[in-house]
Design a protein around this ligand. Structure first.
Ligand code: DAH
Length: 343
């Protein structure tokens, strides 16, 4: 009976001696297996009850020596692993130059859009952002373009397939309706954002692009106020330039105009992009039609206002001499990383 217990103890000793923990994690497994509170050495100690009385002393000494051996091995290996870890730390060259961090770049559309927003914020306009999926009312009807109105054909619309009452906004003018419905004058907002039109994609037009809308409503707002505000913008954006307003038509403004800035005719690129005139069309604008105010719950007898909408891509293309609008939507890093130095 006792002999079997002695044999078992020797087996465990042999196991301890032959164990080769290679890592700190292995060593922890070793500790748990042999000297942990539920480990085999503890088990051996419990067995002393079953050893014949005359051999108890001998057994006790044996188990103690096994315990010693297991613990010594553990301590030594632990020291060894920790020394190795220290050595690894010391191998790091603290004087080596750091790894370069790749700097991101802003998208040229964002750069130009932020610049526009910032220019208008300086004179008290606040940003209003709204949804891209709109309903027909905010995009068209409120903006004085009812169902059968021919001006609807000016903008080819993407409708949602499962819900024809909803569409991808064709212009940021829909934000005007949203703001006016929720807020009484004075209103002074700019609304940057993405718009969609069902157009054939080419070097000059895309089915998605960005606009910044502006709206100013208060008592006694005049066409002269609009002209001065947009003139301020033109000079902040394009430097010491001139503007001209040409009569135009939009259903939501009366009178309506398109604004050109003088770009110049210094070289042949200037000739090409201005079609030989030196002038660039950058936005549509006008005095908010009283019917639009009424549609959105603002008293047209008391208030007047002006609004404008401008495209971002065209201005970005001009400023960075980008020849094809499609570059702006392909997200080719070789193209995008060229804008790193821009703000
Ligand atoms: N929504 C027009 C467009 O996308 C641009 C526009 C013109 C906006 C005149 C206006 C405006 O607010 O007054 O072509």
């Amino acid at each position: 009976m006792s002999q079997a217990i002695f044999d078992k103890a020797k087996e465990i000793l042999a196991e301890i001696q032959s164990a080769v923990p290679a890592t700190k994690e292995d060593l922890e497994q070793y500790r748990i297996k042999f000297i942990g509170t539920k480990g085999s050495v503890k088990g051996l100690m419990g067995e002393i009850r079953n050893v014949d009385n005359e051999r108890k002393r001998e057994y006790g000494q044996l188990v103690n020596s096994i315990k010693q051996a297991a613990e010594t091995k553990h301590t030594e290996l632990l020291q060894q692993f920790e020394a190795q870890a220290d050595a690894t730390v010391e191998q790091i060259d603290m004087t080596a130059p750091g790894e370069p961090l790749e700097l991101g770049a802003r998208h040229p559309v964002s750069i130009v859009m932020n610049r526009i927003v910032e220019i208008f914020q300086r004179i008290g306009f606040v940003v209003a952002e709204e949804r891209e999926i709109e309903d027909d009312w905010h995009n068209f009807t409120a903006m004085n373009t009812p169902e059968d109105h021919p001006a609807r054909d000016m903008q080819d619309t993407f409708y949602l397939m499962n819900d024809p009452a909803r569409l991808l906004r064709t212009h940021t003018s829909s934000v005007q309706a949203r703001v006016m419905k929720n807020q009484q004058p004075p209103i002074r907002i700019i609304a940057p954002g993405r718009v969609y039109r069902n157009e054939t994609i080419s070097a000059r037009s895309h089915c998605q692009f960005h606009q910044v809308e502006g709206l100013y409503i208060d008592e006694n707002v005049s066409f002269a106020d609009m002209k001065q505000t947009l003139y301020y913008y033109a000079r902040e954006m394009y430097g010491d330039t001139r503007i001209r307003l040409r009569p135009s038509y939009f259903p939501f403004t009366e009178p309506s105009a398109e604004m050109d800035v003088y770009w110049g005719l210094k070289d042949e690129v200037d000739y090409r992009i201005t079609k030989g005139t030196g002038w660039l069309e950058i936005l549509g604008c006008g005095m908010v039609d009283p019917q639009v105010l009424a549609n959105c719950g603002i008293d047209p007898e008391k208030y007047t206002g002006f609004a404008w909408g401008m495209g971002i891509e065209r201005q970005a293309m001009l400023q960075y001499r980008i020849s094809d609008i499609r570059y702006l939507f392909e997200n080719d890093v070789r193209f995008l990383s060229q804008f790193k130095s821009a703000l």
